[in-house]
Structure formats: structure tokens, C-alpha cells
Design a binder for this molecule. Structure first.
Ligand code: OGA
Ligand code: NI
Length: 349
């Protein structure tokens, strides 16, 4: 394993591999057979759709639909979330524009595994690891202060600042709902996240066309390590799959929907009542795909453990306390893995 200071081997940009015109992908991107995209999708199923306007019009029903989504699926699509369609569309297009900038412009923002901020093409520092077919841009937005914004496209920052405010608003709304649904005080989970200092960071993902999509993945199976994720999928091409009962379901994006999923920290806080579900991305031979994952997280130094009201003699604490920072360091060393990281940390009592 390499150190956290730098990458263990030279980083290859996947876009360059894709544009090389080679019909064969390098060995380092070929997944072992059990991890390759399979064909056994339940194509007619989709994740639950939650109409957020229902919190006003039909509160009880909406609350219980959200509860079921958090317990059974760990994923849902939010519609009528109050974020303007024009803003959402601009956010999507702006990242597509960024990834279409010349390579030397993007390389100015090349990242390192120390903070991951900037433009990158690998997650994890294990030498010789099998890699994913994607490039990305990662940045911390809140509460760090010195965000590593790309200078181009010039309006990227303004658009993202506006969108970020909406995400922070939605994060607060949902944490209230998630708290109430667990029988807790409305501000319980927000306080566990560090109140107003809850963290927000994002990863724009770029999945270039791939000549051998059956052999690789755009993003390996993983669960999100943080609190919850707001994902803007590409409306032109699908690719996100979630695991349900040992099958993979391809998510069909709703127009103007934002996909929300529970991360590992909410699984821990809820003592596993809420599920942080594995998901992955498959790639496409004819179409590139761009998505934006916005992570709403506990403050780094918050000690995360099952909320005391949810620990009983019948249901002891399933996880040991750990700060989000410690947990994140662990994940960042290993990279995404095909197994829920928190489950391997379950305490033995
Ligand atoms: C992620 C993620 C899914 C996608 O960035 O954590 O799961 O569709 N992305 O890009
Ligand atoms: Ni994810």
C-alpha cells in the first residue's frame, strides 16, 4: 500500500484512454468475473419516488413513504424538491463543459490522495489495484472556507454556490424527517452531524465511452461513507445500479429528480434501521456519462455512534464509536470496495 502523501503509481486519465481509439482496455481496468456488469437486472423495478411537496399536503403518508425508502431501499428519487429546473440543468451542463476542457487545463487541478481535492482518476492508494473507468473532480464546500474551484468555465463557481445552498437546505429538511421517523427529536440527527457545521463536499463524475463495457465498471460497488448523498444523474444515459436482494437494479432517472441515498454514517446513527446500500456505475460503448454526487456529512471530528434512544437490550449498539474523520481515512486508503465498510467494523458485543 502507498502512503497517503501521493499516488503509488502514475495516474492515467481515463478520458485519454477512451480517446486513444484503442478497442482493448488496459488490464488494470478489467474486473474479476464476479464483479463485471451482469445481465440479471430487474428492469421493471425502480427506486421509490418521493414527492417532497407531500410534506405539506399529505404529511403522514409522505413521512411513512420516506421511512420505508430509508429502511428497505436506502435510495429514493426526490421530486418537487424546490430546486429550480433551470439551476439543476445548468449544474449538469457546467460539469460536462468542465470535463470537455483541454487536458492541460484540467491537469492544473490534478489531485493527490492527501485531500482528494481537484481533478483525479483514481480512488485509493493500493498499488496495482484494479481501477475504475472514470475521471472526477472533487471539492470540499462546507465548512472549510477555501474551496478549490476550477477557474473555468468562469461561471462554474457562481452556479455551484447557488446549488450548494439548495443542497444544504435539503439536507436540513431531510435530517428532520429522518429524525422524526426514528421517533427522535426533530434536531437530533442534525446535532449529531455538528449542527450548522455539517459538511458538504461534491464529486463530479465523468465516465468516458468504453470499448469493452462488459469487462469493467465506471465506479466499483461501494456504499457512500458519509451522511447522505444527493445525486444528479445524467438524463441522456443510465448507468447507476443499486443492489437489492442480491440483484442489481438500474435506476431510471425521473425528469428533474434528485436521487438521495443513505450513507454509512446514517446507518450507524440509526443503529442499522436505515440502510446504506451498495451501488455501482456501468459504462457505455457509445455514450459518455456525467453525474454530480453531493455529499452531506457529519463534521469531521464528530464522534458517530448509534443514537442512545435506538440502543436497547434487545438491540445493542451494532457499531463502535468512531469519528467521521477516522472512518473516512480508512475508506480513502482502501478505495471503494464491494462490501459495506461499516459492516466489517461491527463491534463484537
Ligand atoms: C458516487 C456515486 C453514482 C453515479 O459518486 O458516490 O455513487 O451515478 N455516483 O455517478
Ligand atoms: Ni456512491
Amino acid at each position: 500500500m502507498g502512503s497517503m502523501g501521493d499516488w503509488p503509481e502514475p495516474v492515467v486519465c481515463v478520458q485519454s484512454l477512451s480517446e486513444s481509439g484503442n478497442h482493448v482496455i488496459p488490464d488494470q481496468y478489467i474486473k474479476p468475473p464476479p464483479e463485471r456488469p451482469s445481465t440479471c437486472n430487474l428492469t421493471d423495478t425502480n427506486i421509490p419516488i418521493i414527492d417532497l411537496a407531500g410534506l405539506v399536503d399529505s404529511r403522514e403518508e409522505t413521512m411513512s413513504r420516506i421511512l420505508e425508502a430509508c429502511r428497505e431501499w436506502g435510495f429514493f428519487q426526490l421530486v418537487n424538491h424546490g430546486v429550480k429546473t433551470e439551476l439543476v440543468d445548468r449544474v449538469r451542463e457546467i460539469w460536462r463543459e468542465f470535463f470537455h476542457e483541454p487536458m492541460d487545463v484540467k491537469k492544473k487541478y490534478a489531485n493527490s490522495p492527501k485531500t482528494y481535492e481537484g481533478f483525479g482518476s483514481r480512488l485509493g492508494v493500493e498499488k496495482g489495484a484494479i481501477l475504475d473507468w472514470s475521471d472526477y473532480y472533487y471539492l470540499n464546500y462546507h465548512p472549510f472556507g477555501h474551496t478549490k474551484w476550477p477557474a473555468d468555465p468562469p461561471y462554474l463557481r457562481d452556479v455551484m454556490e447557488e446549488y450548494s445552498k439548495e443542497i444544504l437546505r435539503l439536507g436540513e429538511v431531510l435530517l428532520k424527517v429522518f429524525s422524526r421517523n426514528l421517533g427522535l427529536k426533530e434536531d437530533c440527527l442534525q446535532n449529531a452531524f455538528g449542527g450548522k457545521d455539517a459538511g458538504a463536499c461534491l464529486r463530479a463524475n465523468y465516465y468516458p465511452k468504453c470499448p469493452q463495457p462488459d469487462l469493467t465498471l465506471g465506479l466499483s460497488s461501494h456504499s457512500d461513507p458519509g451522511g447522505m448523498t444527493f445525486l444528479l444523474p445524467d438524463m441522456r444515459v443510465s448507468g447507476l445500479q443499486i443492489r437489492k436482494d442480491d440483484q442489481w437494479i438500474t435506476v431510471k432517472p425521473e425528469p428533474n429528480g434528485i436521487i438521495v441515498n443513505i450513507g454509512d454514517q446514517l446507518q450507524v446513527l440509526s443503529n442499522a434501521i436505515y440502510k446504506s446500500v451498495e451501488h455501482r456505475v456501468v459504462v457505455n460503448p457509445d455514450e459518455e456519462r456525467v453525474s454530480l454526487a453531493y455529499f452531506y456529512n457529519p463534521r469531521n471530528d464528530m464522534l458517530i455512534q448509534p443514537v442512545s434512544e435506538l440502543v436497547t437490550s434487545n438491540r445493542p449498539a451494532l457499531y463502535p464509536p468512531m469519528t467521521f474523520e477516522e472512518y473516512r481515512r480508512f475508506i480513502r486508503t482502501k478505495g471503494p470496495k464491494g462490501k459495506l465498510q461499516v459492516d466489517s467494523l461491527k463491534s463484537q458485543n
